[in-house]
Design a protein around this ligand. Sequence first.
Ligand code: PBG
Length: 324
Amino acid sequence: MQFPVYRPRRLRETETIRRMVRETRLSVDNLVMPYFVTHGREVRREISSMPGNFQLSVDELTREVKETAALGIPAVILFGLPATKDAVGSEAYAKDGIVQQAVRAIKDTVSDLVVITDACLCEYTSHGHCGVVERGRIKNDPTLDLLARVAVSHAEAGADVVAPSDMMDGRVAAIREALDETGFEETPILAYAAKYASSFYGPFREAAGSAPQFGDRRSYQMDPANGDEALREVALDLDEGADMIMVKPALAYLDVLWRVKTEFGVPVAAYNVSGEFAMLKAAARLGWLDEERAMLEMLTAIKRAGADMILTYFARDAARLLRR
Ligand code: PBG
C-alpha cells in the first residue's frame, strides 16, 4: 500500500464517505452520569470547579435524573454527602443514609434506569480516607467488613450495580461474599480495578467533600507510572468476582484501557474524572477550545481505547448532541 496507489485522503473527502468508514461510534448507550446527593430539600448547589454539576437533595436529584433517563442515558452513579462524618464512616452503610435514600427515590421514579452506587468510605469518614485509620495508617483488612456493609446496604436500597472505589486488597471478594449471603447474588460488581492516585480528582473532592485530612491516597491507589500492575489488579478483581472493571482516570491512561481491554475482553468502564472535565470546561470558557468538539473527541478517544462504558460529567451534554 504505497502512494500514489494508496491515497488515504480518498476516503476523507466528504462527511458522507467519512461516516461510512468511521471505526468508532460514540453512543448514548456508552454513557453514565455521576451525581452528588446531599441532605435537605430543594438544595441545588453548583460545584464551582465543575460548572453545570450540582450537589442535589433527593427531591432535586429525582427530577434531574428523570431528564437524564429521557435523554436515553442508561445509567447514573451516585456519590453521597453525609450529614455527619465519623472515624468509621457510619453513614456510608446506614439504612437511611443519603445514598440509600436517593437510590430508593430514583428506583421509585424511573425504575428502568440503572443505578450504580460508589461503595467507598472517604466521603463519610472524618479523616477523609477510604479505610480504617490506625496510628496514621490506612488499615486494609479491618476495612473490608465495612465496605461489605456499604455494598449490602446499597443493594438493600435497590442499587442495580455496586462499584467499590476504595482500592483495598480483597474487597471485591469480601463484597461478593456479603452480597451472596444476603440474597443479592444477582447484583453485579463494577470494580474500580485500576484506580490511580491522581491529581485529576481535585474538583471531585470539592464536590464530595472527601479530601483526606492528612497525607494522601498513595498507599492504596496506584502509582501513575505503572501499567503492568494495572493488569495484575484487574486479574485479581476478576478472580474475586468482579463483573465489570474500571480504569480511572481515563485520558492520561488510555494505554492502560487498551491493554486491559485487549488482555481480558471483559466489560470495561473508564472514568472521565472531574479534573478532566474541569480542564476542558476552563479552556472552553477562556475561548481556547471548542467545547463541543473537544468533548466528543475526548469521549470518542476513550471509547476507541477500549471503554464500553464512560462515566462522565459530560454525559448529558454529549447525549443531547448525539441525539441530533
Ligand atoms: C472515592 C472516589 C473518588 C472519585 C470517585 N470515587 C475520589 C478519590 O479517590 O479521591 C473521583 C472521581 C472524579 O474525580 O471525578 N474514593
